[in-house]
Design a protein around this ligand. Structure first.
Ligand code: ADP
Ligand code: MG
Length: 174
């Protein structure tokens, strides 16, 4: 932990079991172990990407204020995925919970374990759509494009539609 805080953009994804329950679980664990959830996007349902013979995903983006370093953040997020029963059987395969770090302020990180901003973010509508709702003017530190601009020029035709989750995060409750 350090004294400074960073605003981090996370993307939650789930396509197994009680998908809304896993989103709720992730939000509670993040709030307890990582920092304050400042903003959260609507939940979107999206067709699978990469390996397409699997169930549809729910995705949701969060803006989280945290004291964690980027490496600590990744470790803590992976612990939350494991607690949610995540098994790493296949790259891009079905998962109870995936939490990706999309951006951390305007940091650029390129280590073996962690790449930030997420290298594929500009190609994926299911990343850009929720983030353009909650942080439209954030600027990619390398391309200088905002989420709004990247979404406008994104060629990914995957269907990304709003989904009504009965369990929905309520900041006031925590
Ligand atoms: P994916 O999210 O690509 O389907 P995983 O969740 O299994 O796959 O992550 C694979 C690896 O990606 C992790 O072990 C982690 O070290 C690495 N990784 C690199 N950059 C990031 C990032 N920005 N967010 C999350 N994981 C990342
Ligand atoms: Mg991941």
């Amino acid at each position: 932990m350090s004294a400074a805080t960073s605003l981090t953009h996370l993307l939650l994804g789930t396509n197994m079991g009680n998908r809304c329950g896993y989103l709720q679980f992730a939000q509670e664990m993040i709030q307890q172990n990582i920092g304050t959830i400042c903003r959260y996007s609507p939940v979107y349902e999206t067709s699978p990407w990469g390996y397409t013979q699997q169930a549809d995903f729910l995705n949701q983006a969060l803006v989280v204020q945290t004291h964690c370093s980027p490496e600590q953040l990744l470790t803590l997020l992976q612990e939350i995925e494991t607690k949610a029963g995540r098994q790493r059987l296949m790259h891009w395969g079905p998962r109870t919970l995936d939490i990706d770090i999309i951006a951390i302020e305007n940091k650029v990180i390129c280590s073996e374990r962690l790449q930030v901003p997420h290298p594929a973010l500009a190609q994926r509508r299911f990343v850009l759509q929720p983030l353009a709702e909650i942080a439209p003017e954030w600027q990619h530190p390398l391309s200088r494009l905002t989420y709004r601009q990247m979404l406008a020029s994104c060629r990914d035709n995957t269907i990304v539609k709003k989904y009504d989750c009965p369990l929905i995060f309520d900041c006031k409750r925590i």
